[in-house]
Design a protein around this ligand. Structure first.
Ligand code: PLP
Length: 378
């Protein structure tokens, strides 16, 4: 049997010639750093996200770092974020000498619980980083309201949520001060390596990020700021300019797969016995509105670790995103947290699994996944 968690071969095969032509063209031009291909992608992705400016960068991690640097976040500052995300979210804050201040998640959405933010705010708080985890927007309404009231910047970590709509139809990256995307191959829009983008509606912030992206240099060799090398490769932009044309159709396939899983899991009886709990999207997708773009399809399951071992042995691709919340990570020990500080994040870390949801997944493969899970509980 065997169903991978992600099938990049199946994903890229139909685009083989188109991608090769883009690579060939870049190679012929011998212009590998920034340039028109990157500018074109920046405009297209910003527009796709319903925002004005895009700054192509070397990774999603560097988009977060660059955004925080451009906002002047540093030692003595506090940044409120979730303890339940990919490491880069909190890592970027700590790398700048600022303090990540964690706020627990809402167990239904796996995103920051907005009701708990106010309590974590101090006079040192400078920014909030909501993560749109798994492909669904965090509660941006209440988060933006609180941020405006206290003059805080908001950095949307949209690495898993390109094109996801919030409840009012606004898209990820268009609501906060700046939004950060990743083009890592496993994201909904992935390149052939590392890449990312910072998105904003603020022209001054966009300009500052552009300058910081090239070591703070403007004009060349004159440095008003200390930046880094955060550039997006031209060759990756060329590939992404091809792949972006297909993003909506891939998103649609992911959503159809999610709907089909719901049917299969209901039919299997796994939901009724309580062995498996399905994701509960905060809002339902409709034809024109993508409330959830399913970068991951997450189940809560009984006897999680045994199930994962069983599925791996059966060749079913599963992953635990993420087994250790930030507050329990060794590198953040100095923050002084302990087990029990963020119970919903800890519970999510202990009972969830991600199963295959990629666009090329077939209904037969979905049946295999659900049957393998059912076999484990029999
Ligand atoms: C992938 C990811 C990142 C980092 O992106 P990279 O391109 O891998 O550096 C940051 N935040 C979240 C939530 C992610 O999923």
């Amino acid at each position: 049997m065997g169903v991978p968690l992600l099938d990049l071969k199946a994903h890229h095969e139909p685009l083989h010639q188109e991608i090769m032509a883009a690579l060939e063209q870049t190679f012929r031009s011998q212009a590998f750093i920034l340039g028109p291909e990157v500018c074109k992608l920046e405009e297209r992705v910003a527009t796709y996200c319903q925002a004005k400016y895009g700054v192509g960068v070397s990774s999603g991690t560097d988009a977060l770092l660059l955004a925080l640097m451009a906002l002047g976040i540093g030692p003595g500052d506090e940044v409120i974020t979730t303890p339940y995300s990919f490491f880069a979210t909190a890592g970027a804050v700590a790398r700048l000498g600022a303090k990540p201040v964690f706020v627990d998640i809402d167990p239904t959405s796996y995103n920051l619980d907005p009701a708990k933010i106010e309590h974590a705010r101090t006079s040192k708080t400078k920014a909030i980083i909501p993560v749109h985890l798994y492909g669904q927007c965090a509660a941006m309404g209440p988060i933006m309201e609180l941020a405006k009231r206290h003059n805080l910047s908001v950095i949307e970590d949209a690495a898993q949520a390109i094109g996801a709509d919030y409840r009012d139809g606004r898209r990820a990256c268009s609501m906060g001060t700046v939004g950060c995307l990743s083009f890592f191959p496993s994201k909904n829009l992935g390149c052939l390596g590392d890449g990312g983008m910072a998105i904003t509606n603020d022209p001054d912030l966009a300009e500052r990020m552009r300058i910081l992206r090239v070591h703070g240099s403007k004009p060349k060799y004159y440095h008003k700021l200390i930046g880094g090398n955060f550039r997006l490769d031209t060759i990756q932009a060329a590939v992404l300019n091809v792949k972006l044309n297909y993003l909506d159709q891939w998103t649609k396939r992911r959503q159809e797969n999610a709907t089909h899983y719901e049917t299969l899991f209901q039919q299997s009886g796994l939901v009724q016995t309580g062995n498996v709990s399905l994701p509960k999207p905060v809002y339902r997708n409709s034809g024109v509105t993508h409330y959830h773009i399913y970068n991951q399809f997450i189940l809560r399951v009984k006897r999680r670790d045994d199930l994962v071992a069983y599925l791996k042995q059966k060749g079913v691709g599963v992953e635990i995103y993420y087994p250790v919340p930030f507050h329990l990570q060794e590198c953040f020990r100095s923050l002084g947290h302990k087990n029990g500080d963020f119970p919903e994040s800890e519970r999510a870390a202990n009972v969830t699994i991600a199963i295959p949801i990629y666009p090329e997944l077939t209904t037969a493969q979905q049946t295999d996944v659900v049957e393998a899970i059912a076999a484990f509980y029999r």
